[in-house]
Design a protein around this ligand. Structure first.
Ligand code: PEP
Ligand code: MG
Length: 588
């Protein structure tokens, strides 16, 4: 081994899935096929088109065989990822678009496909929502599969990797790769590409596989076969750790694993304070894959099911039956616990092709969420009927995103009544008493929370947007991250108003924004009086641990003090002090 290969090296990426893995790096060839553009003659067009179509067929066959393998190994609920890729293969922008480029520009098939991919990237890059924007990764994965089929270079199958304690190092991994991981052999992965909200990262979290992504050039390093540590909690990767670092991480890993085990012991204990006050701890989900993790961490239901993912990466919109099946899978998976289904929360430029929307100067303030649903009542009613039908399969609650005023609530409820009428007339069963709620994430809704509370069965505060709109901070702008302050006095006062308005009207106050899953905010949220907190499944035990140490009276006093400060920094300093004094054991 030469000395450079022996050196300890530290890399920092994006923490995609928490947990520490200590093992051996295994470089997996997921590099992009290098594409050269070559001009072709008129007489070669047909041959290039045929080569492209044959590669499409090969890629389809590969995916179908992966699908068969997955169905046998993991069961039917994971197959949507492969189905998404199969649908992308059918997309006419991809297929027809590439064939047109071959014929129109007289270029080779690889170059045409590559140019077409650039168009997709431009299209996706303009999307504001992180989650939807990162779906371009699925298109890239499919394009790579076609490219490889064209040049006769097959991908190494992750499922057939042998050996123990392997940490995969790859340019990128697709969700299908993640589903094939055998956790007895592969204990983590790191990639050049990717972000926290890519399908790959979401699945890694759902399957509890530590991962660091977005390392940019890690596959350019000469690290294959070397000892490696990855920390999916803070995005650190250490290659060739020295003895001290190794011991340090081993200790941290043992501590992490110990805490996980300790936390899991809390799973079946009631989520209540030391003085017996219940706060319901629920999970935020987007996929049925997340249900086992959520239940395994003691989730008492789904507090936010984001239905957006059903609408993207596809041509056309999901029909009622498809939605009904997707919602039912989650409802039945959680039964008898409740599932709170949020109606579609996309808009602006995000679904321009399928919903025929125009580009907007200011998509965050544009035609999104409930505004879009009310503009497209047929699309909305299809979703409402599907949700209502799923309500016959377990306990379902429904809620509407981005409510700014009472007219929107009334209009949405009127359409819900129409949808109920249609099902009733057709003799289709549903829960007639389904609870209806709204998200509180716009300052106007906070200010008129008392008026809104008379019209609905529950509030759910979306702090991600509420903070964005209250403080005028674009939640995706990294330059403003320091101004994104959950403890800003304006935010705390807003939360107080919302909870008070809900309780005065006798309805529940819930929170499903990221703030709900931060254990250190629990004393504040408890003191404010939230009845329900919904968060990513793995956060539940940590929050529960603090909850079970807290008392309601103490938390109320803490909030009274916190509300008296003038700046977020003062509240922060006060909260940190209180946490060290009263809850430090819960944060070990
Ligand atoms: C929120 O805004 O806090 C929320 C939960 O919704 P989303 O993050 O999906 O906008
Ligand atoms: Mg929101």
């Amino acid at each position: 081994m030469d000395s450079a290969r022996n050196d300890t090296k530290i890399f920092r990426g994006i923490e995609a899935s928490s947990g520490i893995a200590i093992g051996t790096a295994r470089m997996t060839d997921r590099s992009r096929v290098a594409v050269t553009e070559v001009s072709i003659g008129d007489d070669e067009v047909a041959q290039e088109c045929a080569r492209f179509q044959a590669a499409l067929q090969d890629a389809r066959n590969e995916l179908l065989s992966i699908k068969e393998h997955l169905a046998a190994r993991r069961g039917p609920e994971h197959l949507y990822v492969v189905d998404t890729h199969l649908l992308i293969l059918e997309d006419s922008m991809l297929t027809r678009g590439t064939l047109d480029l071959i014929a129109g520009e007289r270029i080779n098939a690889e170059a045409a496909l590559n140019r077409n991919l650039l168009k997709f990237k431009e299209f996706f890059a303009a999307i504001e929502d992180d989650y939807l924007r990162e779906r371009v990764g699925d298109v890239e994965t499919v394009v790579e599969r076609i490219m490889r089929a064209m040049v006769g270079k097959r991908q190494e199958c992750i499922g057939s990797i042998d050996g123990g304690k392997i940490i995969i190092v790859a340019h990128d991994l697709s969700p299908t790769d993640i589903l094939q991981i055998d956790k007895d052999k592969v204990i983590g992965f790191i990639t050049d590409l990717g972000g926290r909200t890519s399908h790959t990262a979401i699945l890694a979290r759902a399957l509890e596989i530590p991962a660091v992504v977005g390392l940019e050039t890690i596959t350019g390093e000469d690290i294959d076969g070397l000892p490696m540590i990855i920390d999916g909690t803070d995005g650190t990767v250490v290659v060739n750790p020295d003895l001290q670092t190794f011991r340090d991480y081993l200790r941290r890993k043992q501590h992490y694993d110990y805490l996980e085990q300790e936390f899991l012991k809390l799973r079946d204990l009631p989520s209540e304070t030391a003085d017996g006050h219940r706060v319901c701890l629920m999970g935020n989900v987007e996929f049925s894959e997340e249900i086992p993790t959520l239940k395994g961490h003691g989730g008492e239901g789904v507090g936010l099911y984001r239905t957006e993912m059903l609408y993207m990466n596809r041509q056309g919109l999901p029909d009622e039956e498809e939605q009904y099946l997707a919602y039912s899978a989650i409802v039945e998976g959680m039964a008898p616990l409740p599932v709170t289904i949020r109606t579609l929360d996309v808009g602006g430029d995000k679904l321009a092709t399928d919903l025929h929307l125009e580009d907007e100067m200011n998509p965050a303030l544009g035609l999104r969420a409930i505004r879009l649903s009310l503009r497209k009542p047929d699309v909305f009613k299809t979703q409402l009927r599907a949700i209502l039908r799923a309500s016959s399969r377990g306990k379902v609650r429904i809620f509407f995103p981005m409510i700014s005023g009472i007219e929107e609530v009334r209009a949405a409820k009127a359409l819900l009544e129409e949808a109920k009428g249609e099902l009733r007339a057709a003799g289709v069963p549903f829960d007639d008493g389904i609870e209806v709620g709204i998200m509180i994430e716009i300052p106007s809704a906070v200010v008129i929370a008392d008026i809104l509370a008379r019209e609905v069965d529950f509030f759910s505060v979306g702090t991600n947007d509420l903070i964005q709109y209250s403080l005028a901070i674009d939640r995706t702008n990294e330059h403003l991250a320091h101004l994104y302050q959950p403890l800003h006095p304006a935010v705390l006062r807003s939360l107080r108003m919302v909870v008070d308005a809900a309780h005065t009207a006798g309805i529940h106050a819930c929170m499903c924004g990221e703030m709900a899953g931060e254990a250190r905010y629990l004393p504040i949220l408890l003191g404010l009086g939230f009845d329900e907190l919904s968060m990513t499944g793995v956060s539940i035990p940590r929050v529960k641990k603090v909850l079970r140490r807290a008392t309601r009276a103490d938390a109320e006093q803490l909030v009274a003090r916190a509300l008296a400060f003038s700046t977020a920094a003062e509240v922060e300093a006060y909260l940190s002090g209180e946490i060290s004094a009263r809850y430090s054991e819960s944060f070990d």
